[in-house]
Design a protein around this ligand. Structure first.
Ligand code: SAM
Ligand code: ZN
Length: 269
């Protein structure tokens, strides 16, 4: 099946030649031995190691191994399957926990193509090594390596949102599914560091889209303190969690923690 990538340097279509992708201007991008392709030109790199670093990726993988987020993953898969999309792009896919489950669920559907894009090489390396049913690339989702209107379904789970790019990538009848934190997501953990925990607001509708559906899924789960450490490493407030907070956390072997997510579905306005 022809891959749908476009050249990050000149925006021409990329075609596969053995272990490389090439455009008509002879820009060439090689597949790594793990099976992913690096479509992030050095000149577009803002830092040496953009995106999540290895430690964060390992924390996320260790947390996902415990299955606490399986209910979220199942909700995402069910929703995506209901649209029967051909082309799914997971923007900021991390180590592919959701992406590969979507690919599994759509495996029977002919013409399906599942892409996972992340700027973190560590994340994509891990993803591509483990999950062979997804086309993974290291690339920026600010200038994603796909032509206009490529995505029947664009997925974004706790990843940065670039509204213009979402609009450009979304097919005319396509859907954007964005998972954002629900009101009390990780409330009990935030209480360790904030006196007054702010509840999450529903996300704003990205420009050029209208909200078509908005579902809140929530579970209170008992999570081992050691596993909670991995969970904290995945969050934006990880840097606020000091040694004293970790010690306080470890006083109990486990904690009841609220896991809460909005599944926001958008269509082009
Ligand atoms: C909170 S993580 C979520 C990862 C994954 N969606 C998940 O839920 O497991 C955010 C991800 O966005 C990626 N990211 C941040 N900025 C990016 C950019 N400009 N282009 C592509 N990926 C980016 C990070 O490397 C990281 O893997
Ligand atoms: Zn090119």
């Amino acid at each position: 099946m022809t891959l749908l990538y476009q050249c990050p340097l000149c925006s021409k279509a990329l075609s596969q030649q053995k272990q490389s992708l090439c455009c008509e201007n002879r820009h060439q991008f090689d597949f790594a031995k793990e099976g992913y392709v690096n479509l992030l030109p050095v000149q577009n790199k803002k830092s040496k190691q953009p995106g999540d670093n290895l430690q964060m990726v390992q924390a996320r993988r260790a947390f996902f191994a415990t299955d606490h987020y399986v209910f979220l993953r199942q909700a995402i898969v069910n929703l995506i399957c209901s649209y029967q999309p051909n082309t799914v792009i997971d923007l900021g896919c991390g180590e592919g926990f959701y992406t590969h489950a979507v690919a599994n669920a759509l495996a029977e559907q002919t013409n399906h193509q599942i892409y996972g894009v992340d700027i973190s090489k560590s994340a994509i390396k891990y993803a591509a090594k483990r999950y062979k049913n997804v086309n993974f690339s290291v690339a920026s989702i600010k200038q994603a390596p796909f032509a206009d209107g490529t995505g029947d379904l664009l997925l974004s789970v706790f990843a940065p949102i670039f509204e213009n790019e979402l609009h450009r990538l979304c097919a005319d009848n396509g859907t954007v599914l964005i998972v954002s934190p629900g009101p009390k997501h990780l409330f009990e953990l935030k209480k360790f560091i904030y006196d007054d925990v702010q509840l999450h607001e529903p996300m704003a509708t990205p420009n050029g889209f209208s909200l078509t559906n908005h579902t809140l899924i929530e579970e209170k789960q008992t999570i081992d303190s050691q596993v909670i450490e991995h969970l904290i490493q995945m969050t934006p407030f990880a840097w606020k969690f000091k040694d004293t907070h970790y010690q306080a956390l470890k006083v109990h072997a486990s904690h009841d923690v609220t896991l809460s997510f909005y599944l926001n579905e958008f269509k082009r306005a």
